[in-house]
Design a protein around this ligand. Structure first.
Ligand code: SAM
Length: 251
């Protein structure tokens, strides 16, 4: 159950500094500075660095989200590929979230001084609720939906992490040009996800050539725990990518 979950009021009230201490602006730490002070500093910084609306005090903001990250295979593989990109895993199960958090802590400490694994973090959240409270509008360049729970029965379809409403939330937190990556071994779920994203005005499907050439697709197929399991069992992997469209001009 997710009754015990708490959600930030808005991205500004997230303690990003605790999740990514190596990316806190030198002159301050998020935990010893009030929100008001952080906002003042941000105003003084006048947009310098990579502040996006709603994320102050950091040299970078989260750009990649792994929704339902499980044991974090994708996070750990992506970490080394893009060490300067902040990647956040979101997972609903407490013990699994703790496992990923502990592993990150251990890897950071084993690799002290190298900067490795500083760019990944994991929080417990039900991503079907309040995603825009975590991420500012247009802040993410990639969202991964890897092997989401299929919820086979029709009456359970509402628990699927892709729906018309959730596509709108994904579109809101993504920057135009950003990409949603989906992979599943369940054909029915694949068709469901393709249907919802294709129908949504905020997304267009990425071509097959581009999909095959994208190195994140190989990582998603080969490095996720589920991807490895499907491989062992000789199952099929259905992949579909969707690009966040440009916003239409204001009338
Ligand atoms: N993405 C991982 C992989 O590919 O190996 C894990 C896939 S596993 C089948 C699905 C994961 O999504 C589980 O760890 C589950 O706890 C998590 N999950 C399901 N619904 C969720 C939700 N609403 N919010 C966050 N995580 C969720």
């Amino acid at each position: 159950s997710d009754h015990s979950l708490t959600y930030p009021k808005c991205p500004k009230s997230m303690d990003w500094g605790t999740l990514f201490p190596a990316f806190v602006r030198k002159e301050q730490t998020a935990s010893d500075t009030s929100t008001e002070e952080q906002e003042n500093r941000r105003a003084q910084n006048n947009g310098a660095g990579s502040d996006v609306d709603g994320v102050a005090g950091m040299t970078k903001h989260v750009e990649v989200a792994d929704i339902g990250c499980g044991y974090g295979g994708l996070l750990f593989a992506l970490s080394a590929k893009t060490p300067e990109t902040l990647i956040l895993g979101l997972e609903i199960r407490t013990s699994v979230t703790e496992f990923v958090q502990e592993k990150i802590k251990a890897l950071r400490s084993q690799n002290q001084g190298t900067g490795l694994y500083q760019n990944i973090s994991c929080i417990r959240a039900n991503t079907m609720k309040f995603l825009p409270n975590f991420f500012p509008a247009r802040s993410l360049s990639k969202i991964f939906l890897c092997f989401p729970d299929p919820h086979f029965k029709a009456r359970k379809h509402k628990a699927r992490i892709v729906s018309g409403t959730l596509c709108s939330e994904y579109a809101y937190v993504m920057r135009p040009g950003g990409v949603v990556y989906t992979i599943t071994d369940v054909q029915d779920l694949h068709e469901w996800m393709v249907g919802h994203f294709a129908e949504h005005p905020g997304f267009e499907r990425v071509s097959e050539e581009e999909t095959e050439a994208d190195e994140c697709v190989a990582i998603m197929k080969g490095e996720t725990e589920e991807g490895k399991k499907v491989e062992r069992n000789g199952g099929k992997k259905f992949v579909a990518l969707f690009r966040r469209a440009e916003d239409p001009p204001w009338p």
